[in-house]
Design a protein. Structure first.
Length: 752
């Protein structure tokens, strides 16, 4: 199996344009006669709509259109799986991000003025701002089906019996916050009505074909009449997987017959955008006198907000990962995703794994402390083996990833030394282990594919239905393509993110992009090479079996002298058409009938070192190192960037990020109140060590690392805080007040 040396490390093809500022993002675009759109959001987190009066707004000079639910020709609803979120609310609003009307005007100033002249009369309804309140029998129903969106569970063995074998039992409840994606480019783009009645959508999304499908339902148009151009965009992390401004700009563009741009302000993005699911997780975990886990009981309550989006799948993922990389004979996990009048929670890097791993690793540390066992040794006793089943007791690809990262972490900890800062600061270190399933999971359609075409100009076009969201998929395609076809970067052009030009390859989510590209090239390489060499054979008379692809054209197998260049071959193709090979396949999945269980997993071990200011309770992370087992590395620079970036996102989750809501309204409405890590918060040391080896017979290649780097960071930081202060962290973000309280308790105990 390939290792790092198999792929030449290449500069990102979009790197120069990005760092120089030359690159145009979708929200930078401008078109002749373009209008500016704005969306009027709800004035209440929960209320009946008694009336909507747009008369005054329509009379303002420069206003070209004002639209409401009455202007929707098709389905008034969207949602990537369940279309339960109204494009425009007609009789009821369920959260402050609900849309009521939208305007298109000659300028942004006029559009903003028009919004202020739309008069909506509301009758406020009781606000359900907590999932436990939502489950009360007397609670008002937020949807016709009730307030329970989804239930998921997993059982193995007999938990009551398992706890009977235990000598140490820990029970704790963990709370995790509503985290914002905080992409640099907020939701935005331009939608252009074409002369032939079709629509071109230049808007950031992670799933162009799914957007096309949803918009077709809303607009009552044929899917083929809608073109989605979805790259490049300035970050997503899952937050642009769902429709955001697309329906409003599309409806306005069709009504005015002019291009319409909508680019949300940061406040608009915060109010209407998706967030990571806040969860309350109660775990009861027990082990025997030998340190072996015997029983694990988990209850998960997830606040999904006002609408479904991918809330059910995220809960399924959390339930699946509730036992992590450990072997536990007796398990009982129950989860509920509940509607509230809070902001909509949805897909976010880690997809439910971050929340449940924070709780699970907290349990492991508490068990180790209670029993007087080294935390690493406890994990070593219980870590899964190569051929052990997956966390839902299902068949997965054999993997030693969990043990491999743990063994490397044992060595890593031995080499590390704690800083001794002094000056009223305490130092601590902590570790955590995580696993993460790649792809959409069993029972969920997970299509992939791609195409290779020799164009008339002699360029080989690689087309994939992925989007570039900052993760470096262009570099992955280029690196794999050049290596597999034995060509140069000058021979290759890459087309992504355009539904008129690329095949459907599923969503740019779930750590699947790198794996899908690798599999696609492996499937297409041989037939494409044969197609080209057969054409060259026809032109030269040489047997095609003796020919090969190389830089710029076709060569004899044992010669470095080019026989024909690609342009000549393309020009003289027998049928006059471009030479093309396509492939379609599904992401590898388990054959076991489980609800959402995954087949391919990545693993990580994180080491964190912190300094705690004893005067302020402030926590500073000085070291955040990660060891990751995800198969062969395609691009070391991209790999490190993903893990380091994910670690910093995990640091923000651990120490500062919380989109606080009060009675269904955001308290933090901008980045002056919602804090995220900056360069000053980046640890002095961030080592990334890849483990590239796969098990014998594993033909699944490199796994994606877009998510695994975020998962283990927060629990490692929480562990380090305990080591420094004696404060067991059960709530994120870690509060300086809680740290100070723990330090005061420790001083009081020492005094006594």
């Amino acid at each position: 199996m390939e290792t790092l040396s198999s792929y030449k490390q290449m500069i990102r093809p979009d790197g120069k344009a990005k760092v120089s500022g030359e690159l145009q993002y979708l929200s930078d675009l401008s078109f002749p006669s373009m209008l500016y759109g704005k969306v009027l959001r709800s004035g209440y987190p929960h209320a009946e709509i008694l009336s909507i009066d747009t008369t005054a707004a329509e009379k303002i000079p420069g206003v070209q259109a004002v639209i409401t639910a009455a202007d929707i020709p098709g389905l008034n609803g969207f949602g990537i799986i369940t279309p339960d979120q109204p494009v425009f609310c007609e009789d009821r609003v369920r959260y402050v991000g609900d849309a009521v009307a939208a305007v298109a005007a000659d300028s942004m100033t006029i559009a903003e003025k028009a919004l202020s002249r739309i008069y909506v009369e509301y009758a406020p309804l009781p606000v359900i701002d907590d999932p436990e309140k939502a489950m009360d029998e007397a609670a008002i129903l937020l949807h016709p089906t009730g307030n329970l969106l989804h239930e998921a569970s997993h059982r193995k063995g007999n938990v009551a019996e398992g706890f009977g074998y235990c000598t140490t039992i820990i029970e704790e409840t963990y709370s995790v916050p509503r985290q914002m994606h905080t992409y640099m480019e907020t939701e935005g783009g331009v939608i252009v009505p074409e002369a032939d009645g079709k629509l071109t959508v230049y808007v950031g999304t992670q799933h162009g074909y799914k957007d096309r499908f949803q918009l077709a339902r809303i607009l009552d148009m044929k899917e083929e009449d809608i073109r989605i151009i979805s790259s490049p965009m300035g970050g997503s992390f899952g937050g642009k997987d769902e429709l955001n401004i697309q329906p409003y700009a599309a409806l306005l563009a069709l009504k005015t017959k002019r291009p319409v741009k909508i680019h949300q302000t940061r406040r608009e993005s915060i109010v209407s955008g998706l967030k990571r699911h806040p969860m309350k997780i109660t775990m009861r975990t027990g082990m025997d006198s030998a340190g072996r886990l015997q029983a694990h009981q988990v209850k998960i309550l997830s606040d999904t907000g006002a609408y479904a989006t991918l809330g059910p799948a995220i809960l399924d993922f959390a339930v699946e990962h509730a036992v992590g990389p450990y072997i536990v004979p007796h398990v009982e996990t129950e989860g509920k995703a509940v509607f509230t009048n809070n902001g909509v929670s949805g897909e976010f890097r880690g997809f439910g794994g971050n929340q449940v791993t924070f709780a699970l690793e907290g349990q492991m540390d508490r068990l180790a402390e209670a029993a007087g066992i080294d935390p690493l040794e406890l994990r070593k006793i219980n870590i899964r083996g190569v051929d052990d089943p997956g966390p839902l007791n299902h068949r997965i690809a054999p993997t030693n990833g969990a043990s491999a990262v743990l063994e490397k972490m044992v060595e890593h900890v031995k080499r590390k030394e704690l800083n001794v800062p002094g000056n009223g600061k305490l130092t601590g270190s902590g570790i955590s282990i995580s696993m993460h399933g790649g792809g959409l999971g069993y029972g969920r359609l997970d299509p992939a594919g791609g195409s290779l075409t020799l164009k008339k100009d002699g360029k080989i076009e690689a087309a994939f239905g992925f989007e570039e969201v900052g993760q470096g998929i262009l570099n992955v395609i280029e690196t794999i393509g050049v290596a597999e076809l034995n060509i140069t970067t000058e021979d290759l052009i890459i087309i992504i993110g355009d539904t008129d030009k690329v095949p459907s390859t599923g969503s740019t989510t779930a750590s699947r992009g790198t794996s899908m590209v690798w599999h696609a090239f492996r499937r297409m390489k041989e037939p494409f090479q044969r197609l080209i060499t057969q054409e060259a054979s026809r032109l030269t008379g040489d047997p095609y079996e003796e020919l090969r692809l190389g830089p710029g054209g076709v060569y004899k197998r044992l010669s470095e002298e080019r026989l024909l260049d690609f342009q000549t071959i393309a020009k003289h193709a027998a049928n006059g058409k471009p030479l093309c090979v396509t492939t379609e396949f599904d992401f590898p999945t388990t054959s076991d009938p489980v609800d959402g269980g995954h087949f391919l997993y990545t693993f990580s071990a994180a080491y964190a070192q912190v300094e705690v200011d004893t005067c302020s309770g402030q926590v500073t992370v000085t070291d955040l190192d990660q060891i990751v087992a995800a198969g062969p590395v395609v691009s070391l620079i991209g790999y490190r960037g993903q893990i380091e970036g994910g670690g910093i996102m995990g640091l923000g989750y651990a120490l500062m990020e919380d989109a606080i809501m009060d009675k269904g309204r955001y308290v933090t409405e901008n980045l002056d109140e919602y804090l995220i890590p900056t360069i000053k918060d980046v640890p002095k040391t961030m080592l990334v060590e890849p483990i590239q080896e796969l098990e014998f017979g594993d033909e699944y290649g490199p796994r994606g690392v877009g998510e695994i780097g975020t998962v283990a960071a927060a629990p490692a930081i929480a562990s380090a805080v305990f080591h420094a202060t004696g404060h067991w962290v059960d709530r994120l973000p870690i509060s300086p007040a809680a740290v100070l309280g723990a330090l005061a308790d420790r001083r009081n105990k020492q005094w006594i």
